[in-house]
Design a protein around this ligand. Structure first.
Ligand code: AMP
Ligand code: ZN
Length: 477
């Protein structure tokens, strides 16, 4: 008998596998262009307001996918659009009277700042919808030419699901749809709609008085693009007609992503995306976030309460991306404690380690890799990290050599290329750092006299304290 697994099984076990919404199963991730760059598109924020922590769960998930791909040796071209024109934005622009570019710029820059605070890598491209109107018009023109889109009496251009289907294409790839329930001849012009109202959807919306100054000219008259065509146009411009990965939150499966597939494949006749990934939603204290329930948080709300960006990231990454995640303030306190354990272990390693370049420890890295390869099994990856911390602490207590400490540190650095929660090595002298921490503790305890005295001592020694999203830091004066 030969009990050893065949080469193909072994290869599959040693490579990244991801759930694909399109095939409804966990697929081996094989890049379209072997040895080349992986094209990855993540639907970006609609900049109508400050993003909430639910949105950031999805963006941290996208960052995890990007980092795991890089960890597995792929070069990634990461595109994240900025949706800076759609129904909600136009409504707000109307209500406030602020011109659209000025209105959206504020929320776009807050969003990018928040991404940094959460240690998300900057996407390679951040196309704005308003800067890609010609590409959208071109795509709509091609769909009209193929008679998959039509110019309706209301002046708008719609996508014809019936004509698309009669070209042999299939609408309803990501989600099973009941076409019998579909009302013939019905159309939907809203950017968002439910699956029981599946209907021809708007690609170009004719100008109406409520649009105010937000309109562009087109061969079909003045108007503005529908939300779905924006992502088809921007993704294909930057990544080609067919690319590897498309990501978003689960609410985008229908209609947004279904419509993106129909528009793109209808226009090009080529497959659009090989692998679709969707992250489950975030709840707060077990409930859907809403302003009226008082459980609605932006990132700024949590930072104001003194929480660190990296602890929020750690918490958001503690649950598998396909499971609904329940965000709680207790959970956040737990994340802080977990990171403190890691920080303490790393600080001790740094005291013993030297600068000699060494390889990380093979076994923990193999376990960590195997966990992530298994459809990003993050709980198992964290378990490996915390087992490693316990084991490393024991070895530190026993007295490990400087070469061993250096290898352990290299192991952590490798973990942290994916996790991105590590504290940067401080260049602040230990006595100054201690004073900063004592001052923070005094301030937290509302002992302002001690806090002020410590601040004065720091000033006298040539240091100032800066409040950063990751806590107070000492800075030379
Ligand atoms: P939006 O700015 O509304 O276009 O949303 C940006 C991203 O956040 C999309 O990928 C959404 O699917 C995602 N999203 C919205 N609400 C939540 C939530 N509660 N939990 C996780 N992701 C969400
Ligand atoms: Zn999109």
């Amino acid at each position: 008998f030969n009990f050893s697994p065949c080469t193909a099984t072994l290869r599959a076990l040693m490579a990244l596998r991801l759930f694909n919404t399109l095939t409804r199963q966990v697929d081996l991730f094989e890049p379209l262009n072997h040895g080349g760059t992986v094209g990855m598109y993540c639907c970006g924020p609609t900049v109508h307001d400050f993003a909430h922590i639910g949105n950031f769960r999805t963006f941290v998930f996208a960052d995890l996918v990007r980092r795991v791909l890089q960890f597995r040796g792929h070069e990634v071209n990461h595109v994240m659009n900025i949706t800076d024109v759609e129904d909600k934005i136009i409504r707000r622009v109307n209500e406030t009277g602020i011109p659209l570019p000025e209105y959206t710029a504020k929320y776009e820059s807050a969003f990018l700042q928040d991404l940094k605070t959460l240690n998300c890598l900057e996407p390679h491209h951040r196309p704005r919808a308003t800067e890609h109107i010609p590409e959208m018009l071109d795509l709509i023109g091609r769909l009209i030419e193929k008679e998959i889109a039509y110019h309706a009496e209301d002046g708008s251009v719609y996508f014809s699901i019936q004509n698309y289907q009669s070209c042999g294409c299939n609408y309803g790839r990501l989600l099973n749809l009941n076409f019998d329930a579909m009302r013939q001849g019905e159309r939907v012009s809203n950017d968002e709609y439910e699956k029981d109202s599946v209907a021809d959807f708007a690609l170009w919306k004719a100008r109406v008085p409520e649009d105010g100054d937000v309109h562009w000219s087109s061969p079909w008259g003045d108007g503005r693009p529908g939300w779905h065509i924006e992502c088809s146009a921007m993704s294909m411009k930057l990544l080609g007609n067919t690319f590897d990965l498309h990501l978003g939150g689960e609410d985008l499966i229908f209609p947004h992503h279904e419509d993106e597939i129909a528009q793109s494949e209808g226009a090009t006749g080529q497959p659009f995306v090989k692998h679709w990934l969707h992250g489950a939603h975030l709840l707060v204290e077990g409930k859907k976030m809403s302003k009226s329930l008082g459980n609605f948080y932006t990132l700024a709300d949590l930072l104001e309460q003194g929480h660190e960006g990296r602890a929020i990231r750690q918490l958001m990454m503690s649950t598998h991306y396909r499971e609904t995640f329940n965000f709680t303030l207790d959970g956040l306190a737990g994340a802080k404690t977990a990171l403190a354990r890691i920080d303490e272990c790393i600080a001790k390693l740094r005291e013993v380690a030297d600068d000699e370049p060494v390889e990380p420890q093979a076994e923990p890295i193999e376990k960590f890799t195997a966990a992530l390869d298994d459809d990003l099994n993050i709980s198992s990856a964290w378990a490996t990290v915390f087992d490693w911390v316990r084991d490393t602490n024991r070895r530190i207590d026993e007295g490990l050599s400087s070469a061993e400490a250096t290898a352990a540190l290299a192991t952590w650095q490798k973990f942290d290329t994916v996790l991105a929660v590590g504290k940067e090595e401080s260049t602040v002298p230990a006595d100054i750092q201690a004073k900063v921490e004592q001052r923070t503790a005094a301030r937290d305890a509302k002992d302002f006299a001690t806090a002020d005295a410590l601040r004065d001592e720091l000033h006298a020694a040539g240091w100032t304290i800066e409040d950063t999203p990751n806590g107070p830091r000492a800075k030379p004066l």
